[in-house]
Design a protein around this ligand. Structure first.
Ligand code: HEM
Length: 452
């Protein structure tokens, strides 16, 4: 465990916001199996700020669940700095990734990473993303009901390999796909929660051994690509993130080392792949279960408008945000929502709960994209699927491009219909996924472009 865990203050009900007395193991299990339902019950019982006593936290996770406390946690960087709280992920992405770096290093790296993700830059990837979606679409459209998530996981990894790493050669892409799938797959994450001695490499069949081998294989492959790209004569003309990152310089003219670039790339794979896949799965699943919204969206897209498309994606991100919350630590003894919070405690802004606050969102359980069609008068920090403040997701525009492209291409070819009951959420690390992968049945509208 990271230093943040060793500094975590011990549990003391007088020094933390209120919590259930249920044993930690039970709270952990309930939260993993039904994060939204369990969070709601805590909020009903204790109000918008409470403590969730669950592993891996020794004491508790302090949770903020309304717009005011969400804003405090996301934007008061002095009181609630980020980076340390996610340092447990350094075993996966490397300690130099933006995800795990505390200020002030975080800000320096973020400035170097932002330019390739600016909206205008991202539109240059539109054609590349569309090509990838069209190449994969026949699999999604194949007969029979199916979960969308596994399909979307393949697609979003391929998008990262193309636009972040700049891979175009099919054999090389396949090699990366295999190594990254083996390593960054969620199945590897439980090893991070084992006590440190058990995480050691006890041979190829031990969990620690498997983890270290897969990690080394994925990192070696990416490092090879970094070294080759540094020497590539056409680097300046390329529009992938890796090429741009190698030439990025801060105000002192200093760039990133190969090792730092490697950590950042691992971070981008981790942050950008499962999140976007979950969003795609949720959106198609929600459309299948809301035929009126679905038919209106198809009619709007057929008429050449994207107004409803953007509203549908916003509403899907409200009702089923892909990420459970943003994690910070308290820099010192403080308070939140009128409750004490001890220094070094872990603090989270929990988006699914803020997004379901009935005072912010009337009939919060209903899927109603029309809420987002009027003037943009939502209460600030009432809708934050991408987090906020200086750590807000840097991949927002790319994620939106991916989800929009999948919806445009899929709905031009097929109508998503129910394939079972509406699915609830399950927590995988910090990602909220549909319990059965977001099952849908896709009824063909007309032969798809790729089939003609
Ligand atoms: C629908 C898809 C996505 C969702 C819902 C999402 C959501 C989030 C959230 C909630 C955070 C934490 C923000 C905070 O701590 O306040 C985050 C951070 C981040 N995301 Fe995304 N993300 C998505 C896609 C992507 C993509 C496609 C990329 C890039 C390829 C990406 C890269 C990152 C990075 C690097 C961070 C760390 C930012 C920092 O600490 O400064 N994300 N994302």
């Amino acid at each position: 465990m990271s230093d943040a865990f060793t500094r975590e203050p011990p549990w003391n009900p007088r020094l933390f916001p209120p919590a259930y007395r249920t044993p930690r193991a039970v709270q952990t299990a309930r939260n993993l199996l039904d994060p939204q339902g369990y969070g709601h019950s805590l909020r009903r019982r204790f109000g918008p700020v409470f403590s969730l006593r669950m592993f891996p936290y020794r004491s508790a996770l302090v949770c903020a669940t309304d717009a005011a406390t969400n804003r405090e946690v996301l934007t008061d960087h002095e009181r609630f700095p980020g980076g340390d709280a996610s340092a447990g992920l350094a075993a996966v992405v490397g300690a130099g990734s933006l995800i795990c770096t505390p200020p002030p290093v975080h800000l320096r790296h973020r400035k170097l990473l932002l330019p390739p993700f600016h909206g205008r830059q991202v539109t240059r990837w539109t054609e590349g993303v569309r090509e990838l979606v069209r190449a994969e679409l026949p699999d999604l459209l194949a007969d029979g009901p199916k979960p969308v998530r596994p399909w979307a996981q393949r697609l979003t990894l391929d998008v990262i390999l193309r636009v972040v790493l700049g891979l175009t050669d099919p054999a090389r892409t396949a090699e990366f796909r295999q190594a990254l799938n083996a390593f960054v797959g969620m199945g590897n994450f439980p090893v991070l929660f084992l006590p440190r001695p058990l995480r050691r490499d006890f041979g190829p069949f031990s969990p620690g051994g498997r983890f270290h081998r897969r990690r080394a294989a994925a990192r070696d492959l990416i490092l090879e690509e970094i070294v080759a790209r540094r020497a590539a004569p056409d680097r300046a003309e390329r529009d992938d993130v890796l090429s741009m990152l190698l030439d990025a310089r801060d105000e002192h003219g200093v760039g990133l080392s190969d090792e730092q670039v490697l950590d950042e790339l691992m971070g981008l794979v981790l942050a950008g792949h499962e999140t976007t896949a979950a969003s795609i799965a949720w959106t198609l699943h929600l459309l299948a279960h809301h035929p009126t919204v679905r038919d209106d969206l198809i009619a709007d897209l057929d008429a050449g408008s994207d107004r409803l498309l953007k509203a549908v994606i916003k509403e899907s991100g409200r009702l089923r945000p892909a990420v459970y919350g943003s994690l910070r630590t308290a820099a010192y003894d403080t308070e939140l929502g009128g409750h004490p919070v001890p220094g070094h405690a872990f603090v989270a802004a929990l988006f699914p709960l803020t997004h379901h606050d009935p005072e912010l969102w009337p009939k919060p359980d209903a899927f109603r994209p029309e809420r987002h069609l009027g003037a943009d008068d939502a209460v600030p920090y009432s809708l934050t699927p991408f987090g906020g403040g200086v750590r807000r997701c840097i991949g927002v525009s790319l994620a939106q491009l991916e989800v929009e492209t999948v919806l445009r291409e899929t709905l031009a070819a097929a109508v998503p219909e129910e394939a079972g009951p509406p699915e609830s959420t399950r927590l995988m690390a910090v990602i909220l996924v549909p319990t059965r992968g977001g099952r849908v049945r896709l009824r063909r509208r007309r032969p798809h472009r790729a089939d003609r």
